[in-house]
Ligand binder design. Structure first.
Ligand SMILES: Cc1cc2nc3c(=O)[nH]c(=O)nc-3n(C[C@H](O)[C@H](O)[C@H](O)COP(=O)(O)O)c2cc1C
Length: 139
């Protein structure tokens, strides 16, 4: 059975709803899933998982959240090796630029990004289904 971590930061709950749906999708494929707040995850935890999903909304000016998520990400990304990872998050007025930058950053660090998913504001049923598919694809 594969073990999957879904690590997220969410200010107003939209990315958290995505995280829960990603976790449900992975669990539906028989994976053991842990959903973890960004502040509670660090590089030393990476080895305990086969695959990892990271969720963070567009913040700043098309940036990752700087207080908790960005430091965690900078700590974790060099340790990901060839583990399968997915990136997801919610946004509002932009075009998803933060996700393009984030994916590039992950790939520059050598990460094996299997997929990314962005959802505008609160995920609707279609958005939640896409999240579940993302989770299932990681499992
Ligand atoms: C401080 C701040 C900065 C933001 N910057 C952006 C941005 O650059 N681009 C964008 O599309 N949305 C931006 N947003 C909107 C959020 O990404 C959007 O509200 C998202 O749904 C929040 O997700 P959450 O509920 O998981 O916190 C920003 C929101 C806040 C509060």
């Amino acid at each position: 059975m594969s073990k999957i971590a879904v690590i997220f930061w969410s200010g107003t709950g939209n990315t958290e709803a995505m995280a829960n749906a990603v976790a449900e999708g992975a669990a539906s494929k028989g994976a053991e899933v842990e959903t973890i707040q960004a502040a509670d995850f660090s590089a030393t935890n990476v080895s305990g998982y086969d695959a990892l999903a990271f969720g963070c909304p567009a913040m700043g000016s098309e940036e990752l959240e700087e207080g908790e998520f960005q430091p965690m990400w900078d700590d974790v990304k060099p340790e990901l090796g060839d583990k399968r990872i997915a990136l997801f998050g919610s946004y509002d007025w932009g075009t998803g630029e933060w996700m393009d930058t984030w994916r590039e950053d992950a790939e520059d660090a050598g990460a094996n990004v299997v997929d990314t998913l962005i959802v505008n504001n609160e995920p609707d049923d279609e958005g939640l289904a896409s999240c579940a598919e993302l989770g299932a694809a990681l499992a």
